[in-house]
Design a protein around this ligand. Sequence first.
Ligand SMILES: Cc1ncc(C[n+]2csc(CCOP(=O)(O)OP(=O)(O)O)c2C)c(N)n1
Ligand code: SF4
Ligand SMILES: [Mg+2]
Length: 312
Amino acid sequence: MGFIRRLNDIPREEYFAPGHAFCAGCGITSIIRMVLKAYEGPKIIVNATGCMEVASTLYPRTAWKVPWIHSAFENAAATAAGIEAAFKILNRKYGYNKKVHVIAFGGDGGTFDIGIQALSGALERGHNFTYICYDNEAYMNTGIQRSGATPMGAATTTSPAGRVIPGKPQGKKDLVFIAAFHKIPYVATLNPAFMQDMYNKLVKASQIEGPKFLHYYTPCPTGWRFDTSHSIKIARLAVQTRFFPLYEIERGKLRITVDIKKPKPLEEYLKLQGRFRHLLDPKNKHIVDALKEEIERNWQRLKMLSQLDFIY
Ligand SMILES: Cc1ncc(C[n+]2csc(CCOP(=O)(O)OP(=O)(O)O)c2C)c(N)n1
Ligand code: SF4
Ligand SMILES: [Mg+2]
C-alpha cells in the first residue's frame, strides 16, 4: 500500500488482536497497530520489558499476530541486531533472500536510561533495523517512577510534587538528537494525534536501509492522571504547544513536518494532567517559565537546523 494521502487509506487489516490488558486510553496500541500495517511483509518484533510487553502478552495469551520476542530491559537493540545479523548469515550460507523487517520497541526507561548502550552500539554498527522508543515519560509498569525522559516539573512517585521539590527538577534528555548524531539514515518523531504524518514516516522508515530511530509520544492516562477520553486531545496539544515537535532527519537533512506557527499556551496542556497540576499554583510559576524557555529553545534550534542543507 505504501504512503497514504488520507486517513481512510490506512489498510484495514489488523495484526494486533483485541483482548489485551492495556489501560483504556493508552497510547501504546496505536503505534503497534500502525507499525504492523506500515511495515509490509515479514517482520520480527523485539520488545523490551515494560507496559507494552506486559499488557500485550499475558501468559498464556498474546495479542501479537506476528513473530515477537521478549528481550531484557537493557538489550532490546542488541537482540534486534543479532536477529538482523542472523538473516545476513542465512543469506550468505543458504541463499535465504526474503526481506524481513526487524523492529525493536522499548519504553523511555528501557531506552533513555537502561538500554542506551545497546542502542548506541547497534546504531553505530549500522544494523538494518528500526528502534522505536514509545515514550510515556516515566517507568509506568513498575509504578510511575521518573526517567531521563520525564519532563521538568512532572510529579512521579520518585519526584513527587510537595514541600521539598515541585516535581522533577531536571529537564528531558534529547534522545532523538543523541540517536541522530550516530549519523544514521533516518530519525523521526511520531504522535498519535497526527496519524497521517506518523503513518507516512513509518512507511518511509520501512523502506530505508540501515538503522532507523523513531520517538513516539505515548499518552498515559494512568501515569499522567487524566481522563481516558482525553488521550488524543492531550497528544494534539503537545504538538500545538510545541512541547513535542514533529520532525524528521533523513540522511542528515532536518525537516519540521508539522509546523506550528502560532503555538497554544503551554498552560492548556499542563492543566489537563494531574502530574502537572501543581505547576499552575503561582508559587511554581518559575518552573512553568523554565519549561517554556526549554520549549522555545528547542523550537528555535529545530527552525534554525531546518534551514541547513544537512546537519550531519
Ligand atoms: C534490569 C531491570 N531492571 C528493572 C526491571 C523492572 N522493570 C520492569 S518494567 C519497568 C519499567 C519500564 O519503564 P519503561 O521502559 O519506561 O516502560 P513502561 O513501563 O513505561 O512502558 C521496570 C523498572 C527489569 N525488568 N529489569
Ligand atoms: S500505565 Fe500508562 S502506558 Fe501503561 S498500559 Fe496504562 S496507560 Fe498504557
Ligand atoms: Mg515509560
